[in-house]
Design a protein around this ligand. Structure first.
Ligand SMILES: CC(C)(COP(=O)(O)OP(=O)(O)OC[C@H]1O[C@@H](n2cnc3c(N)ncnc32)[C@H](O)[C@@H]1OP(=O)(O)O)[C@@H](O)C(=O)NCCC(=O)NCCS
Length: 146
């Protein structure tokens, strides 16, 4: 599904397997009738344990526009392994309006602010081979009432 979800980086099978095993507690999989329709990979960065970093979000083409990605983000921040995180971060290229809309809507729903700054730059970090990745920072994440 990741490979079919441009502009996401496909990564290696090895990387995907690590996400699904070592980081399973901070990932979300959506299925309908046994078919995988959505996936979020995320983790708590060791150097910033107050954050949840969203690596990739993908929804199968046939299931887009139904609010699934937004619901998966809501599910992510309610997971036990995400409790205590006060900030959600991710990186997005300028030319991905769907992703900006997704995270903008998430921030609005939570009454949080979204700020952006350059994290990995086209020339300095990607030798011109990849667009600049902007870090979106959404805070505060209200603590989930249990
Ligand atoms: C981005 C993606 C995950 C959105 O999934 P989705 O389930 O269709 O998204 P949702 O239905 O939950 O929509 C969430 C918000 O984004 C908006 N949105 C969704 N797709 C959009 C698009 N193509 N263009 C503009 N806005 C879009 C929705 O209108 C909604 O905003 P709203 O609540 O203000 O109306 C999906 O299009 C996808 O997999 N794209 C390819 C991979 C990718 O770019 N992933 C994001 C990078 S991490």
């Amino acid at each position: 599904m990741i490979a079919a979800s441009e502009p996401l980086d496909p990564n290696s099978a090895y990387c995907n397997l690590l996400q699904c095993s070592d980081f399973a507690d901070t990932c979300v999989l959506a299925e309908r009738d046994g078919e995988v329709l959505g996936w979020i990979s995320a983790y708590r960065p060791p150097s910033h344990p107050e954050r949840i970093f969203v690596w990739q979000v993908a929804v199968a083409a046939a299931a887009r526009g139904e609010g699934l990605a937004g619901r998966m983000l809501d599910e992510l921040v309610s997971l036990p392994a995400v409790q205590g995180a006060t900030t959600l971060t991710t990186t997005i290229t300028e030319a991905n309006p769907a992703s900006w809309a997704l995270f903008g809507a998430f921030a609005r729903r939570r009454g949080a602010s979204l700020s952006k700054s350059k994290r990995f730059e086209r020339a300095a970090h990607f030798a011109g081979a990849h667009d600049t990745e902007w870090q979106a920072t959404i805070a505060p994440l209200p603590s989930v009432q249990t």
